[in-house]
Unconditional design. Structure first.
Length: 295
């Protein structure tokens, strides 16, 4: 797909398996340290036995991260079996058993916290995203995430946004050119765009109509309307719609960012913009309540 492969991609949500393995390994090293000393003392080799446990959601949510959860258990002990009882991306009700786990007691108990931490986070991101996506129907606006993610788990969080019905912005700084306010302040403004390598999209952030008119002169791929009031967003849409574009400069898309919530997003979606980016999808979610209950 080349540079900017994640930006508004229509491809089926998927997780890079190499990155998933790395995330899981790091999480387990962080959590287990030199060893699960409590489990080792309580469940000595002569007391080891096979157990079964249910993974249960304790609130309504969108299911996300089943393969992540399974990878945690399998990394701790490849002989642990995970029987999935729900479908990824589907809404489930409080009390639903979404997976059944079977294996050595010590393995399941040692893997439990990391498995649930990741699963709870991903369900929360997907559920929050779905709330915003549902709110803007039937407008054809794309809800995207941002780079305001939890360090180390961006790959997983952005996957969860896709599962929730949203889209990804850039995954990392090397995927597209995005001239933000601090870039422009440091360079004291701009009279031309930087020389853009082939294959890269360019986006410019603006904070008022004057800056918007200046940015639109260069006909970038996207202009981000940052923390602008609805009346100015509508004005920017009107100006863009009255601007002539050609085959060399396809119509600039407009992205709204900053201050987006469930109360105002529908009015913003109705304004005529193409993209709404929301940091809240990943940076301030409240983990879904999920438990592992030994039977």
């Amino acid at each position: 797909m080349g540079y900017g492969k994640h930006f508004l991609s229509e491809e089926k949500p998927q997780i890079d398996q190499e990155k998933l393995n790395s995330i899981v390994r790091h999480a387990l090293v962080e959590d287990i340290g030199k060893g699960d000393i409590t489990t080792q003392l309580v469940i000595s080799p002569e007391k080891e036995k096979e157990i079964e446990a249910d993974i249960l959601v304790k609130e309504d949510c969108i299911v996300c991260g089943l393969q992540v959860m399974e990878r945690v258990f399998k990394t701790v002990d490849s002989k642990v079996t995970v029987e999935v009882k729900a479908r990824e991306a589907r809404k489930v009700k409080k009390g639903k058993v979404i997976a059944h786990v079977r294996g050595k007691a010590s393995s399941i108990i040692t893997a439990e916290r990391v498995a649930l931490n990741l699963l709870s986070m991903l369900c929360a991101v997907a559920t929050k995203t779905r709330e915003f996506v549902n709110k803007i129907e039937p407008y054809k606006v794309k809800i995207t995430d941002t780079r305001k993610t939890i360090p180390g788990v961006r790959e997983l969080q952005k996957y969860a946004v896709r599962i929730g019905g949203g889209f990804n912005h850039r995954m990392s700084l090397d995927e597209m050119i995005l001239m933000k306010d601090n870039h422009i302040r440091v360079t004291e403004g701009y009279t031309k765009l930087p020389s853009v390598p082939k294959g890269f999209k360019i986006e410019i952030e603006v904070q008022n109509i004057e800056e918007f008119k200046h940015a639109l002169r260069f006909k970038p791929d996207v202009i981000m309307l940052d923390n602008m009031q609805l009346k100015d967003i509508k004005k920017a849409v009107k100006i863009r719609n009255n601007t002539t574009f050609d085959s060399h400069h396809p119509r600039t898309k407009l992205e709204v960012s900053g201050g987006i919530n469930l109360k105002n997003i529908r009015n913003i979606a109705a304004s005529g913009v193409e993209i709404i980016s929301i940091g809240e999808l990943t940076h301030s979610i409240e983990a879904t309540d999920i438990s592992l209950d030994v039977k």
